[in-house]
Write a protein that binds this ligand. Structure first.
Ligand code: HPA
Ligand code: ZN
Length: 326
């Protein structure tokens, strides 16, 4: 009784949320109607029934199809505002939000349209929900280095509205080294750097994210468990791992939530955090992730405080903001 209440009510920082992954089926259909976009599913229920994933790629195919309804600045605003409303209900007070501009620019949507809509929602999130929100531009790793460089060029007029860059999409076959030069330029521009690594990919991809991209946080990182030297390093350097338990379960990274290694990662002293990844697709926002993970794995209240503290410490918020919650 008291643990669930603690989990629901404690202030949270969310460090791993793809805003396109917060697009609920109802909003997908509303935006499709508003924009005259045809969908390959007749209704909300049949779309939701398609959310039966076997691995990362099987999810990404449907996730990119869902994002095809986003065309106007207001669409991006409405999507982000809906996320902030849900996040606020789960006591999220700080959110660092991934977005995938290449998914949109490839359809002819201008970078300015994407960033204007998301940024306006971030400004209003503070006013309307008391959430400190910021944006992290993610490069799609299944696309080329050249495409990533072109995306960075297109984003340069708006870098004052972006705190950092990340790396997402299909991991296997697309190691961090592919983007070494893009990330070097991002760091020269003063941007924070994070990267998905070790979700499905091997520990070598986590090493490369740290050594080649100089990632300040590792998104997912759960495969580190197979590399004891890497575990020691992650613990010693307190590299935050933005773990997403319901995502890992839905994409079959672990057969069941009870098999998740979050307890082992915490016990090894890693700076683990809990996040929702793509909440509209994986069956839950922050509180669902906390409540289901604790119920399935038997984590206790000490773990709850530790996870919350890790997230604020690992965030890119200014010292004063972090200090309020640590
Ligand atoms: N992994 C990689 N790419 C993604 C994810 C993820 O979990 N979610 C959205 N894009
Ligand atoms: Zn992710």
């Amino acid at each position: 009784e008291r643990l669930p209440e603690l989990l629901r009510s404690m202030p949270k920082a969310e460090l791993h949320i793809h805003i396109e992954g917060s697009l609920e089926p109802e909003l997908i259909f509303a935006l499709a109607a508003r924009n005259g976009v045809a969908l390959p599913y007749p209704d909300v229920d049949s779309l939701r029934r398609a959310y039966a994933f076997t691995n990362l790629q099987s999810f990404l195919d449907i996730y990119y199809a869902g994002a095809s309804v986003l065309l106007r600045e207001q669409d991006f605003y409405d999507m982000a505002q809906a996320y902030f409303r849900r996040a606020a209900a789960d006591k999220v007070v700080c959110a660092e939000i991934f977005f995938d501009p290449q998914t949109h620019t490839a359809r002819g949507v201008a970078m300015q349209v994407v960033i204007d809509g998301l940024h306006r929602a971030c400004v209003d999130a503070k006013k309307d929900f008391g959430i400190d929100a910021s944006l992290i531009l993610c490069f799609l790793r299944h696309l080329s280095e050249e495409d990533a460089f072109a995306t960075l060029e297109a984003a340069k007029p708006y870098l004052d509205r972006i705190i950092g860059v990340g790396l997402d999409s299909s991991e296997l076959g697309h190691p961090p080294e592919k983007f070494a030069r893009v990330f070097a330029q991002c760091r020269e521009l003063g941007l924070h750097v994070v990267a998905h690594a070790g979700e499905e990919g091997p520990p070598a991809y986590i090493h490369a994210a740290l050594d080649v991209l100089h990632a300040e946080r590792i998104d997912h990182g759960v495969q580190a468990i197979h590399d004891p030297a890497l575990m020691d390093r992650l613990a010693r350097e307190r590299i935050p791992l933005t773990v997403c338990p319901l995502s890992n379960q839905k994409l079959c990274v672990f057969p069941n939530l009870a098999d998740h290694n979050i307890g082992a990662l915490l016990a090894a002293g890693l700076a683990v955090t809990i996040n929702s990844d793509d909440p509209a697709y994986f069956g839950g926002y922050m509180n669902d992730n906390f409540l289901q993970t604790f119920a399935a794995t038997g984590l206790d209240s000490d773990a709850a405080y530790q996870l919350s503290r890790n997230a604020f410490e690992g965030s890119f918020a200014d010292a004063a903001t972090k200090q309020r919650y640590i």
